[in-house]
Ligand binder design. Structure first.
Ligand SMILES: Cc1cc2nc3c(=O)[nH]c(=O)nc-3n(C[C@H](O)[C@H](O)[C@H](O)COP(=O)(O)O)c2cc1C
Length: 404
């Protein structure tokens, strides 16, 4: 199930130009089943009408400290209702008021009276942002336990370049998903791999496979969300590396093996979602191969690469080891064989030729095999598959801890 489903999210909006992104955010939150209520400042109402926010949040918008009829004491009631209070955009002004405890309108009073955790997304011109007054206010709020969402850097609405840009709505939604994730991997070192590897033929050519790395990325992100110390070892990816993970890019299967070999002993779990090439050219050509001198056809000789999972499976002590089997036929047979041969705790198998499953897309259909049973999961997003996998990894880690 979606992590934001049924969550009560109070969204505070102050008068910054990034306000338009908050409308998209509300739409995303509502699509994910969250309940949203919006508090606007007078400044915010100069940019976008309350009617627009009301329509996007599907709820009445609150802006008057003294005349909200359906709430006895609006600034208290609203945060009692909320699971989390996000202020986005947070102007330099609201940050200053929060830092000093000023409560002269509904938003600042609600922030001061907050019963629930508060997150702020500072958004402003770079000079305003770098101003020591703003920096000091942000630090005061951070020290008080308020979550600060770092602004992005880039071209700002004022045509200046620098920090101060509010993250995109999708990124803010991710911050909320992070917030609601269980913190059951705190103190756990997790190795995650993702993406294909490349085996170089000559300086410009290589053999590889269609893996996009999206499933590995989703697992690394989810493990970090849950508080794990995540190292993400990956080949060339078709999506960005998630924030908050140690990033270890590699090229070949041998690079992947070497990166994991040194780290495996110190990890509590390895989730091997990468698709390493299992063959590599016998000879690497120092210069680009030319077709001249070849009589229309030619062959390349390949040798097997190190079987990374099998090698590490042989060295396993009490780590949880998870493999993937991406197949186009006889999925169950191959998966069970791999589970045994590679000494895995469980294997996540999928038929990559099935619609909605496999490499490039955002969804997957997987079956999880353990030594004892099989579980067929429905078509899900790769994020949901990542959650299913980590739920099981956490369960196994807890069992091991209890058995010590
Ligand atoms: C066109 C325009 C854009 C503005 N954008 C920002 C902004 O992005 N961030 C900010 O801190 N202030 C911005 N301001 C200034 C705030 O609107 C102003 O400080 C206001 O008093 C904030 O009030 P509030 O925090 O109660 O909403 C902008 C002002 C104007 C006129």
């Amino acid at each position: 199930m979606n992590r934001l489903q049924g969550k009560k999210i109070l969204v505070g909006v102050s008068g910054g130009i990034a306000i338009y992104k908050t409308l998209t955010l509300l739409s995303l939150l509502n699509k994910q089943g969250a309940q949203t209520r919006v508090v606007m400042t007078e400044g915010a109402c100069q940019f976008v009408t309350p009617l627009t926010f009301q329509t996007m949040s599907k709820n009445k918008v609150y802006k008057d400290l003294f005349s909200e009829e359906d709430h006895f004491i609006p600034h208290i009631d609203l945060t009692r209702w909320a699971d989390v209070f996000l202020i986005a955009p947070a102007t330099a002004n609201i940050l200053a008021k929060m830092a000093r405890g000023i409560s002269d309108d509904l938003l600042s009073s609600t922030a001061l009276a907050a019963h629930c955790p508060v997150l702020v997304s500072p958004a402003m011109n770079v000079v305003m942002y770098r101003n020591p007054a703003t920096q000091e206010n942000i630090q005061i709020l951070r020290d008080r336990g308020i979550g600060i969402i770092e602004p992005d850097s880039g071209l700002l609405a004022c045509d200046e370049k620098g920090e101060g840009r509010m993250p995109e709505a999708e990124d803010l939604a991710r911050v909320l998903e992070d917030f609601f994730a269980p913190k059951d991997l705190v103190g756990t070192k997790i190795l995650v791999t993702g993406g294909p590897t490349r085996e170089m033929i000559d300086p410009v050519r290589f053999i590889s496979n269609r893996s996009s790395g999206k499933q590995g990325i989703a697992i690394a992100r989810e493990a970090a969300r849950r508080g794990g110390e995540v190292t993400f070892v990956h080949g060339p990816l078709q999506a960005p590396v998630p924030k908050g993970v140690e990033d270890v890019p590699v090229t070949s299967t041998e690079d992947l093996y070497l990166a994991l070999k040194d780290r495996f002993d110190g990890a509590q779990a390895l989730i091997m979602a990468a698709a390493p090439a299992d063959m590599t050219p016998v000879h690497y050509l120092d210069q680009k191969m030319k077709k001249e001198g070849k009589s229309g056809s030619f062959s390349l000789e390949f040798k097997e690469t190190t079987d990374v999972l099998k090698t590490l499976g042989g060295q396993k002590k009490d780590q949880v080891l998870v493999g993937f089997a991406a197949e186009t036929q006889s999925v169950e047979d191959y998966a069970k064989k791999k589970l045994k041969e590679k000494n895995l705790d469980f294997i996540v198998a999928n038929d990559v030729s099935a619609q909605g499953a496999g490499f490039a897309g955002d969804t997957n259909i997987v079956t999880i095999f353990t030594k004892k049973d099989r579980e067929d999961l429905p078509l899900q997003s790769k994020e949901e598959v990542a959650r299913e996998i980590l739920d099981r990894v956490v369960g196994l880690l807890q069992e091991r801890e209890a058995g010590k």
